[in-house]
Write a protein that binds this ligand. Structure first.
Ligand SMILES: Nc1ncnc2c1ncn2[C@@H]1O[C@H](COP(=O)(O)OP(=O)(O)OP(=O)(O)O)[C@@H](O)[C@H]1O
Ligand SMILES: [Mg+2]
Length: 519
């Protein structure tokens, strides 16, 4: 169905896709994996007409589509989802899906302006088609919800429904499970199987190995733009090159020595923390959250949240998508105001302060997914993290420290933030936070979009930061990994804190296991 020959894409001196051959059979589910920045998304961009190949050929159902436009290829039957969710936030779910279905409707500028009966009929038909897809996918009861009000996992499903609404023969999924918890991932696997059984060929990019290995019959592995391996999941998993470049030895919390772990950690001096007089006062809590209530419109998202964190503590916050974890971090960091309650930071009431003034106090929030400045270079983005600092020498050291943590960022230091791959942007967001020398770090899903080997490395980095005295509040869908590195855990359920305890204890708690650790 899809035959790709010698496909190459260059960006200046960088070869993002390097002479790739790939054949996909009709009816197949193909897995596409590889390290961050190995060219997976670029490959999707080429075969879906979102970008033009430098050389090579793409054939789809017998016709040459190498020079096809995105719109033209959608009509020919190729649909895709995006690594970063790309919904119309101000529209309802049904409107989002209807807009996508429109790609198959005839152009009809005048008649639609005049609102003729045939147009109204066609609109109704499109809406019916969209509704059918929502039912097929199992989210019809959310049809009238605003897309932006849905939890992350469901927004991903809406993205897939939008792609389905164009009635594709070939569906390209770019990291559909990113940010999903184990239960949502299970539902996703079933959905992809159903889509495939309905006659749609699927290519899926995914960093969750269990998921992609369980779904795909054949896996193709890219590294630095080239195809390095292709075969059955078991063959690929055992391939030394794949292990070396992508899977890693896989042991979060094992304290293995990665390149950066050998570096002197002095670059990040947070030892002054305990000398802070406020912290020494009657209470040594760096953060106290007191009966916090936050709303989106009329919806109460945080319900009387209270907890405290000691200086230097490492706490994981886990809970289903939509439980309110991100809202809690946003409220603490001043991105949104609570309706009632208080946030005390080092004894000072910071409730309602602007996020700028909170950042100035070295309370740093790293949002999930992107958050990089697209028009600035990698290095400029990193320097933005340090813009309040004047200690030039130390800033230079910290920059080298970050480049040591993420050598990829060093290679790309002059590239624009917006053109980085998904995983590279995530590295940049974490690196920028490190550059600001935080005292309290709020991390929202740092592992999202990262290759397995890098997930281990990022967790190790976070552990190292903690060893150096930093106080960390970590939000993760990957609850097992989070609890294996943190000391303490909180569980948030529909806006309320329902469990709290030592991380190891939560890991063994049957209720927590069943709900958040995938059984
Ligand atoms: N417009 C561009 N200009 C320069 N370099 C680019 C551009 N777009 C992508 N790149 C680079 O090409 C490489 C491949 O990027 P791509 O997005 O395809 O990676 P990926 O395999 O999807 O990675 P991830 O798993 O992190 O999403 C990256 O190193 C990226 O920085
Ligand atoms: Mg990508």
């Amino acid at each position: 169905m899809l035959r790709v020959q010698n496909l190459t894409k260059r960006f200046g001196g960088l070869v993002a896709v390097d002479n790739i051959d790939l054949h996909v059979r009709e009816g197949e589910i193909r897995g596409l994996i590889g390290p961050n920045g190995s060219g997976k998304t670029t490959f999707f961009n080429l075969i879906s007409g979102f970008d033009r190949a430098t050389s090579g050929k793409i054939e789809f159902m017998g016709s040459d589509i190498t020079a096809g436009s995105a719109h033209g290829l959608a009509r020919k039957g190729i649909a895709r989802t995006f690594q970063h969710i790309d919904l119309f936030k101000g529209m309802t779910v049904l409107e989002n899906v209807t807009a996508a279905a429109q790609c198959h409707a005839r152009p009809r500028f005048w008649s639609s302006l005049l609102g003729t009966p045939s147009v109204r009929k066609e609109d109704q038909a499109l809406r019916n088609l969209a509704m059918e897809q929502l039912e097929f996918v199992g989210i019809a009861d959310h049809a009238d919800d605003l897309a932006s009000s849905l939890p992350y996992g469901l927004q991903r499903i809406v993205e897939i429904t939008r792609a389905l609404a164009t009635r594709p023969a070939l569906l390209l999924l770019d990291e559909p499970a990113a940010g999903m918890n184990p239960t949502e991932k299970q539902d996703l696997v079933e959905l992809v199987r159903r889509i495939n059984a309905s006659g749609v060929t699927v290519i899926i990019i995914e960093h969750d190995m269990r998921l992609v290995m369980g779904l795909a019959e054949t896996i193709t592995v890219l590294d630095s733009g080239s195809k390095i391996c292709e075969g059955l999941p078991a063959e690929v998993q055992g391939n030394p090159r794949v292990i070396e470049s992508y899977l890693g030895s896989g042991g979060v919390g094992k304290k293995q020595t990665h390149a950066y772990a050998a570096e002197p950690s002095g670059a990040l001096d947070v030892s002054g923390a305990s000398q802070n007089p406020a912290a020494k006062g009657q209470d040594s809590f760096i953060l106290s959250v007191d009966s916090l209530n936050s709303y989106y419109g009329n919806v109460r998202v945080l319900k009387d949240i209270s907890f405290k964190m000691r200086e230097g503590e490492f706490t994981a916050l886990i809970g289903a998508n939509g439980a309110g974890k991100t809202t809690l971090l946003r409220t603490i960091s001043g991105m949104m105001s609570p309706r009632s309650g208080r946030v005390l930071y080092k004894g000072e009431d910071i409730t309602g302060l602007s996020s700028d003034r909170i950042v100035a106090r070295n309370l740093i929030y790293v949002p999930e997914g992107r958050g990089v400045f697209p028009a600035l270079s990698v290095q400029e983005n990193l320097m933005m993290g340090a813009f309040r600092r004047s200690d030039k020498e130390a800033i230079k050291e910290d920059l080298e420290y970050v480049f040591g943590l993420f050598p990829r960022l060093k290679d790309r230091r002059n590239q624009k933030g917006g053109s980085l791959s998904g995983g590279e942007q995530q590295m940049l967001a974490i690196g920028r936070a490190v550059m600001s020398r935080p005292r309290l770090l709020l991390l929202d899903e740092p592992s999202m979009g990262l290759a397995p080997k890098l997930v281990d490395e990022v967790f190790e980095t976070v552990m190292n930061l903690h060893d150096e005295g930093l106080t960390i509040l970590l939000v993760e869908q990957n609850a097992r990994a989070a609890l294996s590195v943190a000391e303490r855990g909180f569980v948030l359920e529909v806006g309320s804190l329902v469990h709290e305890g030592p991380a190891a204890q939560l890991c063994d708690d049957p209720a927590v296991k069943a709900a958040y650790l995938g059984g």
